[in-house]
Design a protein around this ligand. Sequence first.
Ligand SMILES: [Zn+2]
Length: 199
Amino acid sequence: MTQHHGHFGCLTCEHPGKVMSQGKGHARVYPPTDFLLRTTQYLIKKARIASTVGPIKGTKGVSTLLGLDWFYIIDGLIFADYMHGVLLGVTKKNFCSSYFQPPIQSSPFHSISHQLYGQKYFDHFVLFVEGIYLLLGDCNSEKQMERAELVLCEFYNSFGKLYGENICTLNLHNACSHLLQYVKLLGPGGHGRVFLSKI
Ligand SMILES: [Zn+2]
């Protein structure tokens, strides 16, 4: 598969991303839009074709993992997880590094950092907190899952307008668009598994 910064770098869907200026360079970003979710069957089909004609929407060729009968490459792996997407991604990189450290003059956060406690930004951040809190619950009802999807979608859709489309990172995209999907598949306990690999 294409790496996270490449064209069609999202491993869960076919959002191609787009390259925009970011700081002193450029980065691939994922503004909210409609996208087709990848499935294991779809991936196998594309991988076989890609093996002969070249990359197709992020699929470069056949992985040896596809030969395992008991393994489903999309549903069996966690491409959007709490640790990377939420804690290290959106919370640390997007918010903490911008709000609580001296702003860079060229950064889009330069003016925003002075509005840290502005009600509009606070209300927006609360959407993210509520959505993630719900996804971390052990006994979520269908209604709570719908609420999590709603507030995370609203947070994602408003993010670019408040902070700039050029910082809609893959972590933001994964946390707001795909985390719910993995919680439904693997349960909130699935988030903890990636912490073990860091010990
Ligand atoms: Zn995606």
